[in-house]
Each structure stands twice: as structure tokens, then as C-alpha cells.
Design a protein around this ligand. Structure first.
Ligand code: ZN
Length: 504
């Protein structure tokens, strides 16, 4: 049965974060997580390949972070209803810190000057949300709560599969924002993620990145020497909703699943062709097409043939495999997955995938089993927010710290002109989510820079401010009413530094 798609129904609304300061709460290990609060019910399925300790850790993180955003509205309303307090500005800031662990500039609380209480609320809402994002970013990079900075195991598995670098192009839809860390359980630092509406990634930009990766191999032998016969893996991720296919599919493709899959496949084929045409046949890349059912995070993995070619009608479905392998030993379950991969291609008279790719796909399926059980355990097998419920829009590049489903609508872009379609889709989504409820659309702009390159930070700052100005110009009608609020940020992507807010 389809559950109502409403953020108000989210469990996160009810909860004030259990942990007083995220900075101090990043679990040192999965075992350190409070296992009583997030214990897996005995009735939940017991699949031999599922990592339950990791599920508990991920759930705790998701609950804490989403609560810290969803409680902003109720907490502010509560504070603003008590303006009789002596020294209100100071008192309000203290209350905000006690409840949400952030503070604002005291002048933001100067409610006496304002002639419109709704405008005061909108401003405070956006400022608090931006402060909450800065706190999330700091926690993410300093404490590594998802263990995403430890990429050795993943890199070695990729290398064994003949892959030296991974680029993932999901749709910008917030229901895919957790694809790397949750759905595939990959360390965020092991894959480059660039999201675009409809997974329609920019081929030229992807080719430039590929050249950069290959050049680094050639000059520095990183991550491996250029003479090793490994390949770059490009993955495109489209999405669909089995529960409500005609409304909750991909907005960029009019909720038409076949169109979404075909468009992503065409992009992959064009990317592969671009590399081969420009750099010769020896420069083949590996491509992978994955569809995600956003109701339950199960996957449709399109199985490549021996030459690496992908077809729309040749795929395995992880939800079916999960059920088929439930109750098997870990070894038997892994074998059953491999048999299903070969069987899929055989059924369609295609050659089996390369042995290394088969191992890699088996690994992805295994990781996804943990996510299927995560949704079974904590969401009753289907998310209560099957539709959009993003908390803010993120535009620019980077945003590695956003690894949660429906936390943000993220769109990769260099200029608003180039990414205008993606941002328009985001604004449309937020008109429904926020504007109609009198809340502003919070937009966080991010421009990453390379701290080793002279002038890189200044250029990133100018770019971020340019994007910010273009946003207010394009959505002027909303902007003048305070319904589009922005914060421009930078980040040095060469290390684990958190986001920096551009001030002034
Ligand atoms: Zn989409």
C-alpha cells in the first residue's frame, strides 16, 4: 500500500536530537552506537550477507541529522512565541543552542525592527538551516561519521575488478543523495559523484575528468601506473517508483521509467564513444547502468556483456535476489548471485560479463542487500516519504557531506546558465515543499577549490558569488519576498576540511 508522501509525517519531525552535540557523537566504531535505541527487531529478516552493525550506525546518523533540520520550524515558532523574555535576543540564541546546537548572530533576533512577522520567521528559518548545514559539514569531515574516509578496502576490490577510478552520475533528485554511502555502501571518498537532473551528465566535463585521472596515472602512478590494464568505471543511475510509477518517477523524464533508463544509457554510450574516438580504442572505459526503485532502494543492475556493452532489457533485480537468497549461507548466497548474473545474459543470448565485472556486480548486490534490509527494518519495507521531501537545494560542485536520502536536491553546475534546467526543476519541487507553506527555499551554493593552486580560492569565491547573484536574478519574484534565501560556501577539496561560509 502506498503511504502518504508528506514530510510532516516523517518520524524525524517528532524527535529532538538525542545527542547534544554531533561533534562529540561520531561513533568510534559501529559497536559504539547505542544499540538499544536502534536494535533490529527479532522478526526482521536475517540475511547472511547483511551488515547489521553498519545498518544501526547509518540509521543513527540519518535520524540525528534529519531531526536537526526538521525541528528548525517548530523550535523557532516556540522561541518566537516567547518574546516577553528579558534580553530576548540572548535568551533566544541560548534556547536555539540548547535545542538545535547552533547559534545565530544576535542581531538576527531583532524582531522589534521588523514590520512583518512572517518575514522574520523566514529569515530565521533560512539562517538556522544554513547554520545547521555548516555544523553537519564540520562533523562530516572532522569526525567521518560514515567511515567514508577509509577507502582502502573498496579501492582494493575495485582494483581486483580491473577498475582504477569510479565516476557516478545519479539523478539530482534528493531520493538518490544517499546512493553512494547507503545504497551501495561505498566510502564517499572512493567515487566521484556528479548529479544532474535525469542523470543527464555532461559528456565533455566527464571526458575532461577522465583525462585528468589518466594523466595522474601517467605522471604520478596514482592510483596505479598507466601501463596497468585497468579501466575507469562510469556509472549512470536513473530512478523509478514501483509504488507510484506515474507520479514519483524521475521528474526530468516526466516519470517515464523507460525514457529515464534510455536517456542514461545513451549518455553512457556517448561517453564511451567520445573517449574511444578521441583517444583510440585502447582507451575504452567501463560503463554501468543502474536503476533504483526510490520506494525501497532496491536496484535494477543492467548486466554488461563480455565487451562491456549494456542493454536496457538485460538486468537483475536485487529485491528478488534478496528474497531468493534469504536463509542461505553467505557462500551459497554469493554463488546464487553470480549464477543469476550469468543466467541473465544467457537468457538474452548475450555473452557473460568479464569475470572481474561479475565479481564487482556481485559485491554491489551484496552491499545493496544491507540497504534493502535497512529499509525493511526501519521503514517497513517502503519509505514513508516516497516523494520529494528535500530540506534544501545544493548547487555548484562538491557537497560530499550530503550523503542522506531526501536531505537535499543537488545539482552540479558551473554557471546558472548551464545548469538552469536542473535549478528550475529544484525550484519547482520546493514551491510544493516550502513556498506553499510559507517557508523560503534555502539554496546553498558550493564551489570547491584546490588549496595547492595559487588563486584557486579567490576564483572559487568569485564564482560562488556570481552563481548566488544569478539565482536571485532568475528567481526575482521569490527572492524579493524573502522566499529564496542563499548561502555561498567554499571548500578546499584536497583534504578533509569542512565548508567555509563566504561572509560580507
Ligand atoms: Zn530524476
Amino acid at each position: 500500500m502506498i503511504k502518504k508522501s508528506s514530510r510532516k509525517k516523517s518520524m524525524f519531525w517528532k524527535q529532538i536530537p538525542a545527542n547534544p552535540a554531533l561533534k562529540q557523537t561520531a561513533p568510534a566504531s559501529a559497536a559504539a552506537v547505542n544499540s538499544t535505541a536502534y536494535a533490529v527487531p527479532a522478526s526482521a529478516g536475517a540475511h547472511a550477507l547483511v551488515d547489521r552493525a553498519q545498518n544501526q550506525m547509518l540509521r543513527q546518523y540519518e535520524t540525528d541529522i534529519k531531526a536537526s533540520f526538521d525541528n528548525i520550524g517548530p523550535v523557532l515558532k516556540d522561541i518566537l512565541s516567547q518574546q516577553h523574555h528579558h534580553d530576548f535576543k540572548r535568551w533566544a540564541n541560548r534556547e536555539l543552542f540548547n535545542k538545535l546546537h547552533v547559534t545565530l548572530d544576535e542581531n538576527e533576533w531583532d524582531v522589534s525592527k521588523a514590520d512583518h512577522s512572517q518575514a522574520v520567521f523566514q529569515n530565521l528559518f533560512a539562517k538556522t538551516l544554513f547554520a545547521q548545514f555548516m555544523r553537519l559539514s564540520e562533523n562530516f569531515f572532522k569526525n567521518d561519521p560514515l567511515k567514508g574516509q577509509n577507502r582502502q578496502e573498496a579501492e582494493s576490490l575495485f582494483r581486483n575488478a580491473g577498475i582504477h577510478a569510479v565516476g557516478i552520475a545519479p539523478c539530482a533528485d534528493g531520493r538518490l543523495a544517499h546512493f553512494v554511502s547507503y545504497v551501495l555502501r561505498l566510502p564517499y571518498s572512493s567515487a566521484r559523484r556528479k548529479a544532474h537532473a535525469g542523470a543527464l551528465f555532461d559528456i565533455s566535463e566527464s571526458v575532461r575528468n577522465w583525462v585528468f585521472v589518466e594523466h595522474t596515472r601517467f605522471r604520478e602512478g596514482r592510483p596505479n601506473s598507466a601501463d596497468e590494464p585497468t579501466r575507469y568505471l562510469k556509472m549512470a543511475v536513473y530512478h523509478f517508483s514501483k509504488a507510484d510509477p506515474s507520479h514519483q518517477g524521475c521528474a526530468a523524464h516526466g516519470s517515464n521509467d523507460a525514457k529515464a533508463a534510455e536517456a542514461a544509457l545513451t549518455k553512457l554510450q556517448d561517453f564511451r564513444q567520445a573517449i574511444e574516438n578521441r583517444f583510440g580504442c585502447g582507451s575504452t572505459v567501463e560503463t554501468m547502468l543502474i536503476g533504483i526503485n526510490t520506494d525501497d532502494d532496491s536496484l535494477k543492475i543492467h548486466i554488461p556483456n563480455e565487451q562491456g556493452f549494456v542493454s536496457l532489457d538485460r538486468f537483475i533485480e536485487t529485491d528478488k535476489l534478496y528474497k531468493q537468497t534469504l536463509g542461505m549461507s553467505a557462500i551459497d548466497a554469493s554463488e546464487a548471485i553470480e549464477t543469476a548474473i550469468d543466467g541473465c545474459n544467457m537468457q538474452h543470448c548475450a555473452t557473460p560479463p568479464r569475470e572481474q565485472m561479475k565479481k564487482l556486480i556481485t559485491w554491489f548486490v551484496t552491499k545493496n542487500f544491507s540497504q534493502i534490509e535497512y529499509v525493511n527494518t526501519y521503514e517497513d519495507g517502503c519509505y514513508s516519504d516516497i516523494g520529494h521531501a528535500e530540506r534544501f537545494i545544493g548547487i555548484g560542485n562538491g557537497f560530499e557531506e550530503v550523503q542522506l536520502r531526501n536531505l537535499s536536491y543537488y545539482s552540479y553546475l558551473d554557471t546558472v546558465e548551464e545548469g538552469v534546467n536542473d535549478v528550475d526543476v529544484g525550484i519547482k519541487i520546493f514551491k510544493g515543499l516550502n513556498v506553499k507553506n510559507g517557508l523560503p527555499v534555502p539554496i546553498i551554493i558550493r564551489c570547491d577549490y584546490d588549496g595547492r593552486v595559487p588563486g584557486s580560492r579567490d576564483r572559487a569565491e568569485q564564482k560562488a558569488l556570481r552563481i548566488e547573484k544569478a539565482i536571485h536574478n532568475r528567481y526575482q519574484e521569490l527572492s524579493v519576498c524573502g522566499l529564496v534565501q542563499t548561502m555561498a560556501t567554499l571548500r578546499d577539496h584536497t583534504g578533509c576540511q569542512s565548508a567555509e561560509k563566504i561572509t560580507g
